[in-house]
Design a protein around this ligand. Structure first.
Ligand code: NAP
Length: 573
């Protein structure tokens, strides 16, 4: 019986390189790689050896006959992909581990960030060279989006952290946490102590809607909401209110995987979340929550949804939650058209069979817990009710009090892919709006920044001066800071390989200046600037403290949710 890849596929292609019969696609050197939702096993070619299951860092691969419950569908999804992409794929060219020419001495590389792109970069450098690595993070704990972005009910995805833990504990690697580059140390200081600096800083900000009322209380960016349930220590425990006025309906703007994560967490039974590493304050708020309806608001149609199939299917299978689609002729037509095709990647086909219902956002939510998929609706303003006696009030306005409504304009695709307003508008009553329209990169002090893409200006991972096109010697970038905020965790593996490849080529070409000072000098400088910097021993102490708290409650860990708590645990080593 063949194997199949399931929902948690991280796309890092660890399985591809161990498959003896080349039956897992798309491979990193095929054009579809990075554009498909996941990787797929060809059941006709699979020889059932199980090597892929052993290599998978997130436990996503199982024999088809062992798939059960919601995972059963993945047997078909794997098979169907090969219907559209016949497996006549030739073997890719062999790749060999990179190495450096003799006589170059020990390469010293700083990596800024400790999330997935940093982890893959360190892994690649440690595996293929004798480099010494310094890892730096502004938070007193490692993990980046792996710890503070991946939803708590996706514990198997978080298992990638186990493979990075081995990397972080390598004797050639030193860790300096709670240190901010740009505030505590400059890029120049970092560069002076290393041959190369790789920035793996992600995309820390949110895209803006640019509409009136966007910053009213009760309107939150997804980074705040996700950071809140993941105990991101810069997000306060009371950042999200789920039991105030109007809390029965939450509107999530955006139609990507983050929006799906937020809808799922809002409506999942808290008893199920209580077995995860969700932040304690979020669990308590979810237990008190009055939310019973989440509206996922998309400005375009179902065919243009940005969520992946696997994540959407999981949303459909949420126990005790009904998923409905707002009935609209253009949406109905898109679903019917997709259902009539055999294309395995048709998003709208996944909506076939869901109830199509009229939706009145001006009325109280219907009884029971439900997710309403509302397409062809662009947000135009958030409104608040200002109580009598307060400036600007009383009445509905876009300034003053807490959000009470979101005005949306009906759109049409009118045969194209762009959403055009039809002139029709209505207002959805809600006490909480989450803006989940994607991340945005922020400039790194000392590095050129491309405002258009909100990424560090680079070519193939080498940071370049956009005015001259010349590389900034010894500076590199990886992950979302390089590619922009799209792609799951595994996409960073190939990205890191490209950046490390450029760095090693430069080292071999003697284009990297030798560090002006020693590793010990650098440690001393960090201690001088940040006496409360956390090293590897402190990180281990945090790990132990969180796991011990978790063990007592039957959870993987109970996260420490503030910087002072993390620092205190780090000191108790
Ligand atoms: P995303 O995939 O880029 O989705 C952004 C959504 O926001 C799109 O639906 C987009 O619609 C919408 N949008 C953008 N600007 C808008 C505006 N002005 N008004 C209304 N809607 C607007 O971003 P994301 O959800 O933050 O995810 C980021 C990346 O992380 C993605 O690659 C995602 O797959 C990945 N991720 C993966 C997982 C997982 O695998 N489980 C979980 C979380 C995140 P248009 O298409 O119309 O622009």
């Amino acid at each position: 019986m063949a194997y199949a890849i399931t929902r948690t596929c991280c796309n890092d292609a660890s399985c591809v390189s161990v498959c003896p019969v080349n039956c897992i696609h798309p491979t990193p050197d095929e054009p579809e790689f990075g554009t498909t939702d996941m990787l797929y096993i060809d059941p006709a070619a699979c020889i059932d050896c199980g090597a892929c299951a052993d290599a998978c860092p997130v436990d996503a691969v199982f024999p088809v006959d062992r798939l059960c419950g919601p995972d059963t569908v993945f047997g078909d999804l794997n098979r169907d992909w090969y219907r559209d992409h016949p497996n006549d794929h030739a073997w890719g060219a062999p790749t060999f581990p990179r190495s450096l020419p003799d006589g170059l001495g020990t390469l010293r590389v700083a990596i800024v960030g400790t999330g997935p792109s940093a982890g893959y970069t360190a892994q690649e450098l440690l595996r293929s060279t004798g480099a010494e690595i310094t890892m730096i993070d502004r938070l007193p704990v490692t993990g980046g989006l792996l710890r503070h972005g991946v939803a708590p009910d996706h514990q198997s995805t978080k298992r990638i952290a186990d493979s990075f833990a081995g990397v972080f504990h390598d004797p050639r690697l030193r860790m300096h946490l709670n240190v901010d580059i740009g505030t505590d140390l400059t890029h120049e200081e970092l560069a002076a102590h290393h041959h190369a600096v790789v920035y793996a800083v992600g995309a820390a900000a949110d895209r803006r809607l640019g509409i009136p009322g966007e910053d009213l209380p009760g309107s939150l960016p997804a980074t705040t909401f996700v950071g809140w349930y993941n105990a991101q220590p810069t997000v306060p425990a009371d950042a999200v209110e789920l039991s105030g006025p109007g809390a029965e309906r939450v509107v999530v703007i955006g139609n990507g995987n983050v929006a799906v994560d937020i809808a799922r967490i809002l409506l999942t039974d808290p008893d199920r979340l209580a077995t995860t590493d969700i932040a304690d304050h979020a669990l308590a708020a979810l237990r008190r929550s009055r939310v019973r309806e989440v509206v996922l608001l998309a400005r375009r149609g179902p065919a243009q949804a940005a969520w992946t199939k696997a994540e959407f299917l999981a949303l459909r299978q949420l126990p005790g939650v009904e998923v409905v689609v707002e009935d609209h002729p253009e949406v109905r037509a898109a679903i019917e058209e997709a259902a009539g095709t055999t294309a395995s990647d048709a998003r709208a086909a996944l909506l076939a069979g869901l109830p199509l219902v009229p939706f009145d956002g001006g009325a109280e939510p219907a009884p029971g817990r439900r997710i309403v998929l509302r397409f062809l609706s662009a947000p135009t303003a958030l409104t608040a009710f200002t109580p009598p006696g307060e400036p600007g009030g009383p009445g509905a306005s876009t300034g003053g009090g807490r959000v009470t409504g979101l005005t949306v304009a009906r759109t049409t695709l009118a045969g194209g892919r762009a959403a055009e307003p039809t002139g029709e508008t209505d207002t959805l009553l809600t006490g909480l709006v989450v803006r989940s329209i994607g991340h945005r990169g922020v400039p790194v002090p000392g590095l050129p920044f491309d405002e258009r893409t909100a990424t560090v200006a680079h070519r193939g991972g080498r940071v370049v001066d956009p005015a001259t096109g010349r590389p900034l010697p010894g500076a590199y970038v990886v992950g979302w800071a390089k590619r922009g905020p799209s792609g799951g965790i595994g996409a960073n593996r190939a990205c890191a390989r490209e950046t490390v490849g450029a760095l090693l080529d430069d080292a071999a070409a003697h284009a990297l200046a030798a560090p002006a000072a020693s590793r010990t000098d650098f440690d001393r400088l960090v201690r001088h600037r940040r006496p409360d910097a956390v090293g590897l021993k402190g990180l281990r102490a945090v790990e132990r403290a969180e796991r011990a708290r978790g063990e007592a409650e039957g959870r993987p860990r109970v996260k420490l949710a503030t910087v002072p708590d993390l620092l205190a645990a780090a000191r108790r080593r």
